[in-house]
Write a protein that binds this ligand. Sequence first.
Ligand SMILES: [Zn+2]
Length: 269
Amino acid sequence: MLELINKNGVSYFRSTVLQSKHGFSTRIGGFSTLEHTRSLNLAFGRGDDEATVLKNIGAFADAVAVDASKIISVPQVHGSEVRRVTMCDAGAGVYKNADFECDGYITADYGLPIAVKTADCVPILLEGRDNEGNVVAVCAVHAGWRGTAAKIAANAVNKLCQLGVKTDNIYVAVGACIDVCCYEVEIDFANEIKNKLGQYYENKFIIKRENGSLYADLKGMNLEILTSCGVPRENIDVSHNCTCCESELFYSHRGQKGKRGAMMSLISM
Ligand SMILES: [Zn+2]
């Protein structure tokens, strides 16, 4: 279950299936005053000055109890790479310039927070445990429709398995994104899903309404990808929130017609 937590005025979601320090931010509890970024915008380049974004990141990091200066969150490119990062990369994309771009991270380093930014795309946080139940690695993934179609979630599971984690010992939380109620797509999108993920995904996750319009279920696709990798369904938490419907709580790229802030989804061992 994803629970809405309020800490020092910062509202964020926490999953009951994850042991690690983590949080899915909302737009509540920050210092941004622009109408479209109010108030907890956690991304640069959305209209807020850099100092405000850093102040917001500091407030979110404090609420989740991680070290803000170490957060890694580099520019995202709608790719499928899940990159191994270490303490050498601490602060990349936030407090120091990043010399790489990617949409997913894995780390086995304690105290190293990794974070993805979203505003409609699907944020996914994963942890891998050993047989005694100790967390041995964590992942953060940004899955837009391209990343979803390229199975970035499966890449994260595979990376955890390469570190010796069994799929039974992988735990996952899928955060709020634009849901099937609001995510209208074109026929080209449906064809792309069929080409990349197969007919089964198109049939199951592209919903045709009576008037012929098409809607896509990105959460459902990622859940299917995770379970088909062998992650037990009971190990996976899926948000019931829609970023586009709930404009008080979330930024939405579609709902705000591109002029919006961004949430951050963060995890740290
Ligand atoms: Zn909706």
